[in-house]
Design a protein around this ligand. Structure first.
Ligand code: GDP
Ligand code: MG
Length: 153
C-alpha cells in the first residue's frame, strides 16, 4: 500500500463547535501521522482554488460563504492509503446519511456544514496540499512505531 499524504480541513463549523481536538484525535488514533498543521482563514480566492470543481455549481456561493466564515484547521495526514482511509473516517458528505462511527455520522446533520474536508483522490491531494502548505511546512519524522501500525509496503 503506497504511502500517501492527504489534505484535511477541520471546517469552520467544527472549529466553532470545539471539535478540533476530537477530529485530530480520531485521525491520530487510527494511526495516521500528522505531518503539517496550521490554523487559517480561507479567503474567497483560496476557496475558489480549493473548490475549483464546484465553482460553477448552484450551491457554490453558499459553500464559499460557509468555508470563509471563520478559521479552519488545515493538516496534512500521512500513511499507507491515507487518502481513502481518511475518506472512510469522514463518512458520507451529508451528515444525515453518514454512517455512525464516522466523523460526519457521529457529529453532524448537515450536507454543507459537515465538519471536515479530505482530498478525494491522489490528484486532488497533489493539487490541494500546496494551496495550504509549503514544502518546508511538512515534516518527515518518527518512523519507529510504524512496524506495529501497518505492514511494510
Ligand atoms: P465531499 O468531497 O464529501 O466534501 O463533498 P463534495 O466534494 O461533493 O462537496 C464539497 C463540499 O461542498 C461538501 O463537503 C459540503 O461542505 C459542500 N456541499 C456539497 N453539496 C452541497 C449542497 O448541495 N449545498 C451546499 N450548501 N453545500 C454543499
Ligand atoms: Mg469532494
Amino acid at each position: 500500500m503506497a504511502l500517501e499524504r492527504t489534505l484535511i480541513l477541520v471546517k469552520p463549523d467544527a472549529v466553532q463547535r470545539r471539535l478540533t481536538g476530537e477530529i485530530l484525535s480520531r485521525l491520530e488514533r487510527k494511526g495516521l501521522k500528522i505531518v503539517g498543521l496550521k490554523m487559517l482563514r480561507i479567503t474567497p480566492e483560496l476557496s475558489r482554488q480549493h473548490y475549483a470543481e464546484h465553482v460553477e455549481r448552484p450551491f457554490y456561493p453558499d459553500l464559499e460563504q460557509f468555508i470563509t466564515s471563520g478559521p479552519v484547521v488545515a493538516l496534512c495526514a500521512e500513511g499507507p492509503g491515507a487518502i481513502a482511509v481518511c475518506r472512510t473516517l469522514m463518512g458520507a458528505t451529508n451528515g444525515r446519511e453518514a454512517a455512525p462511527g464516522t466523523i460526519r455520522g457521529d457529529y453532524g446533520q448537515s450536507r454543507s456544514m459537515n465538519l471536515i474536508h479530505g482530498s478525494d483522490g491522489p490528484e486532488a491531494a497533489a493539487r490541494e496540499l500546496p494551496l495550504y502548505f509549503r514544502d518546508e511546512e511538512l515534516f518527515d519524522f518518527d518512523k519507529l512505531i510504524e512496524p506495529v501500525l501497518y505492514e511494510a509496503a
